[in-house]
Design a protein around this ligand. Sequence first.
Ligand SMILES: *Cc1c(COP(=O)(O)O)cnc(C)c1O
Length: 358
Amino acid sequence: MQFQTIPHPAPLPSDTRAEALKNPGFGTLFTDHMVVIDYDEAKGGWHSATLGPRQPIALDPAASVLHYAQEIFEGMKAYKQPDGGIALFRPEANAQRFNKSADRLAMPNLPEELFLESIRQLLSVDGDWFPTVEGGSLYLRPFMFASEAFLGVRPAKQYKFLVIASPAGNYFKSGAPAVSIWVSDYTRAAPGGTGAAKCGGNYAASLVPTGQAFAKGHDQVLFLDAVEKKWIEELGGMNLFFVFDDGRVVTPPLTGTILPGITRDSLLQLLREEGLDVREEMYSIDQWRADAESGKLLETMACGTAAVVTPVGKVANDDFEFTIGSGGPGQITSKLREKLVGIQNGTVADTHGWMMKV
Ligand SMILES: *Cc1c(COP(=O)(O)O)cnc(C)c1O
């Protein structure tokens, strides 16, 4: 597909941009451009790809996304390499997961090559938007939503796919060495639901519990399974790993109610290469607390594209509060984080073929 390029009338002046890139935070600063591709069943599918200025999009008030939340997204990062080039981390995995999410939300698939080309197009014009802070990267947000004006309940026949980019510094405001999490009484995903899809609806339902976690002074919310309210599933937007004193590492299995994180999958491989006994097993909240208190559990790490690998220091709800290890980053967590960040930034050999130069 050919991309039509629409020139930007007034990109951000470079000195203003340089100032903003010193401390971009997360999710508030955006680059100059965006990619838009339209889908229309009546026109044979995907058409009219454009690379143009980032600007508001016009939507009919009856657009079905506004009523029935037919929307999916991805979250990935571009990293500046030592040679000055730009590379993506496992972008094909994001393209594949995007289509799995599309399947679950009754949306059309986007050819993987078109997904990747959209990102290359955006980086070709916004490649000078990398933050100058330590650990900075360019966060990419591809997403798709139902744009058809129709209030009946059925899958829409028209969609829009967009990619925007946001320079990213540190994800957690606190900048603390370890995060504190609140165990919610709400659940995130039920068996047979949309828990494994990266869709906006899952996040909408997590906002009240996340708000409670913030109000009580925690950084993130943890969800238990919806059936027994006993098994640890994941955080609002991150998967979890538990490290034990006997060399075991446990992460909850992909049962359909948790998001199959690409960071999770990468850590599974890296941990196995470290010679650890890595298991995808159910782990209960009561066992977690008991193991943390007895000292059997050494570390807990949360992982995801936005926050990479982050140690969990404290866990609480209305009935209990416990600390993991010393409450700060543990050995395995720090080692894994360094390794993954090194691979992504091109300072550690990419023996898995995970990085894609653009
Ligand atoms: C995106 C996401 C993750 C992490 O996935 P990565 O591919 O590692 O970024 C974990 N949980 C939820 C709910 C998510 O939306």
